[in-house]
Design a protein around this ligand. Structure first.
Ligand code: G3P
Ligand code: MG
Length: 256
């Protein structure tokens, strides 16, 4: 049965974000999700950044991709079980390279300050500790709404977890939302529309002309992650993607 499409009214606005978005700051050339990575992306001309945000045990929104600390810090265990006082003491750079030793986990507040001071855009991927989707969506959206209050360009909130986006929608309905899709699971379009999303952010290989047609027809904007290959970039630009998320800030010079 064909999906019944109710176009998203919010998404009919022009896309206000740059074409190029640096992934995890610029998380190959510097430790991902640290301010050093953001600064590296900016050095390469990037004006928008994606990052992963979760909550400490005492409710502080901070940047980390994994559920656990081992891969990208010198800490151990589930990150969301630790207080911010403990997390703020960790080394989040030495794993990457000796030159980056001493980098710390940034709070969302610190990244917000840096983005607003430099007029950079931010895509906040809400990355909840398992079991905390709705609570994390609410808390991150509340923090973002407070941090970016009255600012001309609000951050784009995205998540693979519909429950996290539902929490964000309830708490800060005016902040733009994007549904992240690794697969086109049954009901994804209806979910994106019900969540009031402005965009879908798909794994790059999912994009086809047919999908673009479906997404545009629904009034949604189109983003692809994580695109590090020139041939893939050409294909996606030809399809007319609104934004491309890449690690390779050194390979692709942002033209928009
Ligand atoms: O937000 C796009 C991309 O970051 C999603 O995948 O695992 O790199 O957070 P991941
Ligand atoms: Mg991410």
């Amino acid at each position: 049965m064909p999906t019944h499409i109710t176009p998203s009214t919010a998404a009919k606005r022009p896309w206000p974000y740059p074409r190029w978005i640096a992934h995890r700051g610029a998380g190959l050339l510097a430790p991902e999700n640290t301010l050093a990575a953001f600064r590296r992306g900016a050095q390469h001309g990037y004006r928008m950044f994606e990052c992963d945000v979760k909550l400490s045990a005492d409710g502080v929104a901070f940047l980390l991709h994994d559920d656990t600390l081992e891969r990208t810090t010198d800490g151990q265990g589930v990150a969301g079980n630790h207080t911010w006082a403990a997390l703020s003491q960790l080394d989040a750079g030495a794993w990457h390279s000796p030159a980056c030793a001493g980098e710390t986990l940034p709070t969302l507040a610190a990244v917000a300050r840096w983005c607003m001071a430099n007029a950079y855009g931010l895509n906040i991927e809400i990355k909840p500790t398992p079991g905390s989707d709705w609570r994390t969506g609410r808390a991150v959206a509340q923090a973002a709404a407070t941090l970016w209050a009255n600012h001309a360009q609000p951050p784009l909130l995205s998540s693979f977890q519909p429950e996290a986006l539902a929490g964000a929608q309830e708490t800060a309905p005016a902040l733009p939302r994007g549904l992240l899709l690794e697969t086109l699971w049954t009901g994804w379009l209806d979910a994106a529309l019900a969540l009031g999303c402005q965009a879908v952010v798909c794994e790059q290989g999912l994009w086809t002309e047919a999908l673009m047609h479906q997404v545009r027809g629904a009034g949604l904007h189109s983003l692809a992650y994580t695109v590090n290959d020139a041939t893939a970039v050409q294909r996606l630009l030809a399809l007319g993607l609104d934004s491309i998320i890449t690690d390779r800030v050194d390979r692709f010079a942002p033209d928009a």
